[in-house]
Structure formats: structure tokens, C-alpha cells
Design a protein around this ligand. Structure first.
Ligand SMILES: *Cc1c(COP(=O)(O)O)cnc(C)c1O
Length: 391
């Protein structure tokens, strides 16, 4: 079987399976051993070497999904990011980062890089020119995130990759929001693709994991650092992740379809000011998203009309949970102004477009009519509160 020719759901279901030679079971056995034969073996296996049978095999599925030669699985998305960055950056080097990064990534860079003398620049925007003007003579890596959190801006992947290539700079992307189902950045020239596997890979809000995919040469460089930093994932969770990933294609496609329907519906709702979703024709980068994504993803944000309280709205939802994290089969919402961006001042939030009424919506697989009913009802109750307070 040449895995490049296999369809998405076949890769999800089968690539990287471990054959159960002993009992002929239908699924990969789980190998929990942390100790393996040492004498006269080709591979010295050890969990922190990222090469137990389950780790090694699941990496093949991730590599196949991202169209790369190799991949590594980590204990979290942040372990994947930090091990990847530390593998390619040393004292005196410089990295260019998109301004709208996942909060944990920005914190990691701002808090840790100064200790190691690694220089960094956050761009002013996400156009190729914003990246170009941030490049210095010592720039070694450009890191992007598209679609971005929470306003779903779209970065032109190919333009940034071409720009970096012309200057001999490596590129990496956080592909968590799109997942490999909706976006394969390597096809547009990106070198390294990382994921918080806690999100769509896991998909059931019960796993914390991460992954990086790239060429064998790049993955070997990361491996050399990772074995020292030690962020490997336990085999039990690796096995859980394999189970989850079998349905990733089905889940994410269903979630994406739901998100598109919800975005269109919310866009027409009288109590919603604005909807941020790359699959809406009104999104400024709709055409760009269409050209580089296989689907528009299952994340969207919307702004409640002025005067409607985001906290109250979330409290009134019955089906949709207001909870941190995202990408599970269950729909969740959060208010960025009250959570991820709470530490910024009102003025700073206004400048970057995070209004108090902004709600980030991770769309699940529930029946559309129930999602609509839940939101309609919560809005009605939120509107009624205002009328009561006014009276
Ligand atoms: C959650 C997330 C991360 C961090 O992943 P963890 O598994 O929580 O460490 C990184 N990037 C994005 C876009 C995320 O959503």
C-alpha cells in the first residue's frame, strides 16, 4: 500500500496500525513496556526516545495525514512547539512570529526566550509584507498560525513559505485550528507542521497530546533535542489517540459542515453584530481560504449586539458548554475578553478587535436544529434581562 494514494478516511483508520501477529486481533495492541531488549537489536527502544511500538506507528499516521516523511508525538501541544523551537533556535538567533498566536505560544516565547538570548519579533499583521519587514539577518524561523484564534484571520501560507525559502529561512505552522482534514500546509511549501493533538486529533476532550510533522531530516533534528527535553507521551495515551484518530476525518468533516451552517445562520440573526468565519463570502480572505483549505474548519466567532452581556448569554446556554479548549465532538463557547484576553486592557482589546460581546464557538457534531434552538433561547433570555433592567 502506498499511503500517498490512500484516501483521508483510510489513512485515519489504517495507516500505522500494528499487526497483532500473536492473537490476530483487529486493532493495534498496546505496548506499555518501558524496558526493551538491549543486546543485538537494531533499535534501542525507550518511551523517552519516542520509539516504542505505539509511538512509532502512530507517527506514521500523522505523517501520512500531513503529507510528510516523518512525525513525532508529544505529551502536549506546547511540548511539540517548545521542542520544535528549541531544536532550531539557539542564543543569538531570531524568530519571526505571527501577531495573532495561540496565547500559550506567545507566553512561552515572551517568558522563556529572553532567558536563552533568543530574539523574536511579533509581526504587525498577517500579510506577507508584515513578515518580510520583520526578518533580520539572524532570522532562522518564521512561525504562522492560520486560521488564527479567535478572529479567524487567514495568512497566505504559500506567500510566507516562498518568502522564507528565498532567504533560506525555515517555516513552521500551528495547524491545530484547521486540522489535516481541512489544511495541509506542506503542500504550500511549509517545512514543519505542529498540532495540539488535544484538539481535533483527540476530538473527545479527554486527551492531552501534541505532534510535529516534517521531513525525516528535520524530524531527526527535533528528535535529538526532544530526547533531552523529555516531552514524550505515555503509550496508553498514544493508543487512545490512535483510536480517536480513526474517526478524525468523519468528525471534522461533520463539524465543518455544521460550522458553515451555523455561520450562515448567525450572520442573519438580528442580535448578532458580526460573524467571523473564513467560509462566509463576507470574510475578507474568503478566496484565499478557499485556495489553501480543503474545508473552512469548525471554529468561528461571533459578536453579540452591543448591550448583550456575553457572560449572561453563556450562562443561559443549555446544550452548548462554555468551556476552555476546543474541537471536541461537543459544541463549546468561550468569551475571549473574559478568558484568553482578560489580562489585556479594554483599550488593547479594542485595538485588536476583541470586543466584550465576542464569543468563540467550537462547533461540534450535534444536530443543527438543537444548536440553533440553544443559541436562540440564550439570546432571548439575555435580551429579556436588559428589558427588565431598563424597566
Ligand atoms: C490548545 C492549543 C495549543 C496548545 O496545546 P496543548 O495541547 O494545550 O499544549 C497550541 N496551539 C493551538 C492553536 C491550540 O489551540
Amino acid at each position: 500500500m502506498t499511503k500517498e494514494k490512500l484516501g483521508l478516511n483510510t489513512i485515519c483508520t489504517h495507516v500505522g496500525e500494528i499487526k497483532d501477529e500473536q492473537f490476530k486481533g483487529a486493532i493495534s495492541p498496546i505496548y506499555l513496556s518501558s524496558s526493551y531488549e538491549f543486546l543485538d537489536v537494531d533499535v534501542k527502544r525507550y518511551p523517552r526516545y519516542f520509539n516504542t511500538p505505539n509511538q512509532e506507528h502512530l507517527s506514521k499516521k500523522i505523517a501520512a495525514l500531513e503529507h510528510t516523511e516523518a512525525a513525532l508525538i508529544f505529551a502536549s501541544g506546547m511540548a511539540a512547539i517548545s521542542h520544535m523551537f528549541f531544536a532550531f533556535l539557539k542564543t543569538g538567533d531570531h524568530i519571526v512570529l505571527q501577531n495573532t498566536l495561540y496565547g500559550g505560544t506567545s507566553n512561552f516565547i515572551r517568558e522563556e526566550f529572553p532567558k536563552y538570548g533568543i530574539e523574536f519579533t511579533f509581526t504587525n499583521g498577517s500579510n506577507a509584507s508584515d513578515f518580510e519587514s520583520a526578518i533580520q539577518a539572524n532570522t532562522k524561523l518564521i512561525h504562522i498560525e492560520t486560521p488564527s484564534n479567535p478572529l479567524l484571520t487567514i495568512t497566505d501560507i504559500k506567500k510566507v513559505a516562498d518568502l522564507a525559502k528565498s532567504k533560506g529561512i525555515l517555516t513552521s505552522i500551528d495547524n491545530t485550528f484547521a486540522s489535516p482534514v481541512n489544511q495541509n500546509p506542506v503542500d504550500f511549501g511549509i517545512d514543519l507542521v505542529m498540532h495540539s493533538a488535544t484538539k481535533y486529533f483527540g476530538g473527545h476532550s479527554d486527551i492531552c497530546a501534541g505532534a510535529v510533522a516534517g521531513s525525516q531530516e528535520h524530524i531527526d533534528i527535533i528528535w535529538n533535542v526532544s530526547k533531552n527535553l523529555g516531552g514524550s507521551l505515555s503509550d496508553f495515551t498514544v493508543w487512545m489517540l490512535e483510536r480517536s484518530m480513526k474517526t478524525m476525518g468523519l468528525r471534522v468533516k461533520a463539524q465543518t459542515k455544521n460550522a458553515r451552517k451555523m455561520a450562515k445562520w448567525l450572520n442573519k440573526h438580528e442580535s448578532i453584530e458580526k460573524v467571523y468565519y473564513p467560509g462566509l463570502k463576507s470574510h475578507p480572505d474568503y478566496e484565499l481560504a478557499k485556495s489553501q483549505m480543503n474545508g473552512f474548519g469548525a471554529m468561528l466567532s461571533f459578536e453579540l449586539k452591543e448591550g448583550l452581556d456575553a457572560h449572561k448569554f453563556q450562562k443561559e446556554l443549555r446544550l452548548i458548554k462554555s468551556s476552555m479548549s476546543l474541537a471536541g465532538v461537543e459544541s463549546t463557547v468561550i468569551s475571549p475578553a473574559l478568558t484568553s484576553h482578560a489580562l489585556l486592557s479594554q483599550e488593547e482589546r479594542d485595538t485588536i478587535g476583541i470586543k466584550d460581546g465576542l464569543i468563540r464557538f467550537s462547533v461540534g457534531i450535534e444536530s443543527i436544529k438543537d444548536l440553533k434552538a440553544d443559541i436562540s433561547n440564550a439570546i432571548l433570555k439575555t435580551v429579556n434581562t436588559i428589558e427588565k433592567t431598563d424597566a
